[in-house]
Design a binder for this molecule. Structure first.
Ligand code: HEC
Length: 136
């Protein structure tokens, strides 16, 4: 009885970080699949900016393995999520060639699902994946 209580307390103390890591890993696997489906045409399968559609764009698609490198080594989750979403961006100059993913990823969601939440979850997974492929 006593032993199992200790084991239980130990499991509770250890579980949250372990589960959080597991959750991130799962999210990034989902993101990796979505990346190949939605992003690789422009950014390339390895995200280096060399997808088959890249040549047709006026702005070259960014090398997404260097997001952190371009920012002095830190990866700004929020900024990247907002950029990918695109609905809240005020274009600084010219037209944006990146699709507005916040809209597209909320399309064709299951009945009863909230499109906005689905889109946000998908973008979160994509950002989690992008974090795992940053050049060191
Ligand atoms: C139609 C081509 C195209 C597709 C598809 C595309 N992108 Fe892009 N992306 C671009 C271009 C072009 C840029 C350069 C910035 C701009 O829009 O002018 C860019 C820039 C970015 C940036 C900014 C990088 C930085 O360092 O600021 C991120 C992040 C990004 N894309 C993520 C994605 C993700 C995630 C997807 C898939 C959901 C995706 N892109 C799909 C064309 C594309």
């Amino acid at each position: 009885m006593r032993r199992s209580a200790i084991a239980l307390a130990l499991a509770a103390a250890l579980a949250p970080p372990a589960l959080a890591d597991e959750g991130d890993a799962m999210l990034s696997r989902v993101g990796a699949e979505m990346f190949q489906q939605y992003c690789a045409s422009c950014h390339g399968q390895s995200a280096a900016g060399d997808g088959p559609a890249a040549g047709a764009l006026r702005t070259p698609p960014a090398d997404l393995t260097r997001i952190a490198a371009r920012r002095g080594g830190s990866f700004p989750d929020g900024e990247i999520a907002r950029f990918v979403d695109g609905r809240f961006d005020v274009p600084a100059h010219g037209t944006r060639e990146m699709p507005i993913w916040g809209r597209k990823l909320g399309e064709a969601v299951a009945e009863g699902a909230e499109p906005d939440e689905v889109a946000r979850g998908r973008i979160l997974a994509l950002v989690e994946y992008l974090k795992t492929i940053q050049a060191k």
